[in-house]
Write a protein that binds this ligand. Structure first.
Ligand code: MLT
Length: 204
């Protein structure tokens, strides 16, 4: 299974970013945000290959927040394989990559961490929720995760976002969960927080 994707190579040691867009967007949507957060990073951006009434997504759902579990699992494995095979062709090592996912993209990123914990180095999860409850606690030790949630998000109840953070904590990930007094859309606070987190990461 292949994916439309876009990549942008930058020489240097900064971790590459894996961009995963929200419902209805495409592989170009998060590029300005990525360049703002991590100007020195190469970019590998993948378009979701599920169409929901013409809107790109990474997996099927039956209603808002109600996911088609079987489809989610299958597409997570397919995406992991695609990244593992294709990113190195562009000179990027998936094991160094930081996912930058918004909404549906943050959710497939968490599914990647739960099912393929060895694949990526970490992630910036913008408005993420629990994609599914893992049957066993995934080994997420050394994964760097920044989860940014909106307290007034009508799509993601705070309990759900906190539950997501607790799964990463149980897996021993190095997670920071920050909440903002806002909704599902991103704000300047998200950008500033993500920028600072990324700067700390590369300076470690
Ligand atoms: C999802 O379907 O992954 C979430 O409900 C967020 C979204 O609307 O994409």
């Amino acid at each position: 299974m292949t994916h439309h994707h876009h990549y942008h190579v930058i020489e240097g040691n900064n971790p590459p970013l894996l961009l995963l867009h929200g419902t209805g967007a495409d592989e170009f949507d998060l590029i300005p945000l990525a360049q703002d957060i991590a100007p020195g990073s190469a970019i590998f951006s993948v378009r979701g290959n599920v169409s929901e009434n013409g809107q790109n997504r990474y997996f099927k759902r039956t209603a808002e927040g109600v996911f088609d579990h079987e489809d989610l699992i299958r597409r997570t494995h397919e995406l992991a394989k695609f990244i593992a095979e294709t990113a190195p062709q562009h000179g990027m090592d998936p094991a160094q990559m930081i996912a930058l996912g918004f909404s549906n993209g943050a959710n497939i990123a968490s599914s990647l961490f739960f099912l393929h914990p060895e694949l990526l180095a970490g992630g910036i999860l913008l408005r993420g929720m629990v994609p599914f409850m893992p049957t066993q606690t995934p080994d997420l030790a050394s994964k760097k995760i920044l989860l940014l949630s909106g307290i007034m998000d009508p799509i993601i109840p705070m309990d759900n976002a906190r539950k997501l953070a607790s799964i990463y904590q149980a897996g021993q990930a190095d997670i920071i969960h920050t909440t903002f007094p806002t909704g599902h859309g991103l704000t300047q606070n998200d950008v500033l927080e993500a920028k600072q987190w990324f700067l700390n990461l590369v300076q470690e």
